[in-house]
Design a protein around this ligand. Sequence first.
Ligand SMILES: *[C@@H]1O[C@H](CO)[C@@H](O)[C@H](O)[C@H]1NC(C)=O
Ligand SMILES: *[C@@H]1O[C@H](CO)[C@@H](O)[C@H](O)[C@H]1NC(C)=O
Ligand SMILES: *[C@@H]1O[C@H](CO)[C@@H](O)[C@H](O)[C@H]1NC(C)=O
Ligand SMILES: *[C@@H]1O[C@H](CO)[C@@H](O)[C@H](O)[C@H]1NC(C)=O
Length: 403
Amino acid sequence: MIAGLRLVLVLLGLRGLLAAPEEEETRQVSMQFNPGYASSSVNLLHTRAVGNGSTIHYVWSTIGAPTVLLIYTDTEHSDLRVNWSKLLSGDHYGAIAIEPASSVLYSTALTFTRIFEYKDVNNTANFSGTAEKNFYPPYDLSNFVWENANNTINSSSLSFRLTGANANDPNGSFSNGSVSFRVSAYDRPGRDSSSPRLLHTANCTKLEFMIEGVRPRGNHSRFALEMITLEKKSGRKKVRSVRSIDDEYTPTIFEVMELVPDALNSSYALGYFQWKSVAYGSINGSRADALPCVVYDPQNMNQTMTAPRIIQAFYGERLSDHYNVEALNVSFGIADGDFYEKNKFLAWSALVGYGTPPRDSFSILVICIMAVALGTPLVLLIIGAIVVTCLKKKVFSTYQPIN
Ligand SMILES: *[C@@H]1O[C@H](CO)[C@@H](O)[C@H](O)[C@H]1NC(C)=O
Ligand SMILES: *[C@@H]1O[C@H](CO)[C@@H](O)[C@H](O)[C@H]1NC(C)=O
Ligand SMILES: *[C@@H]1O[C@H](CO)[C@@H](O)[C@H](O)[C@H]1NC(C)=O
Ligand SMILES: *[C@@H]1O[C@H](CO)[C@@H](O)[C@H](O)[C@H]1NC(C)=O
């Protein structure tokens, strides 16, 4: 008993030690709506997260399909320049820039392109195996009409919301519904109070994708979301699964997924997109309404698509010479689970950020269970593994400039 207690104390101490470096990092976050443009006919929100000798810029926009640019600079004094007449004209290449350009060490982008709706006749939630005839025409998010996001900015919670509806809505599906992206920036590490209780740092931003009140086009509807991302030619993006220990924050959800550049020899930090494999079919995010989600491998799109407008505006005309553009799907739902029509609601959260993705350390509950259930040698072995992983992580996250 005494030995068990001592072990708990040792483990708790170790957990505190390992978590300490990240917990100290804070950033000063500010938000600007349409910087340098007096109209609110379009949405472009600039979030600046300054601190630790660097600035992370996020540019969110619904000009074209909803897009976020993430730009990391190694100075606290970089700024965003938008040439509005250029951006809103046909010749928008280069209309978005960071000054000084030489301070940009890393950038990436994520665009949400289409929402798929399909009829899950047999309740198998097999999105990739669904016959063509069971798909409704996809919702193309670049054809949506977006509300003025300026009214949604909350400078105390550092959040805003991009809400849109299909411009061409012959079935009236959107007469009482919308698709939205709720964005929350963070100035310090912490954990969300709402499901799925994501752990975050000051180096990331959360987006919550929501379908609310949209009338399904038939019975047994399920949804999937398609997105586009890009990475320098030398490194494609890959999806990796990080098994998390089932903890008290999201019971039964064991998996954290990450979309990261597949550049293992990289000595500088990179961007990431991270989520727990769960969406929710009700607004209160209860366990009963959890909808496991499935991610499909990224597909190279270099030959097959034109890049979204905001991406072209930042990366310029010769984007495909230097970057791989890739697309991927995430589908929501599980066999024998409830359909969307139950609550006409779907919400999925993810983090977009720079550096080392947040990692759950062992929760106190798990540590106690381990200490009680396992013998000391095994626990020591596990500690050894964690220490090694953390040391590795440290080595990888000492960044150096890209040439
Ligand atoms: C914006 O772009 C236009 C068209 O390329 C150019 O003529 C103008 O000088 C630019 N404005 C600024 C402030 O750079
Ligand atoms: C519109 O949506 C709200 C909230 O989702 C719901 O309470 C209301 O009954 C809906 N109205 C109609 C006409 O469907
Ligand atoms: C959906 O199901 C209801 C009840 O089972 C049925 O009355 C209705 O016709 C169905 N609608 C469609 C579009 O199949
Ligand atoms: C996403 O799924 C849809 C529907 O099956 C498919 O048409 C599309 O090509 C997929 N996109 C990617 C990038 O795999």
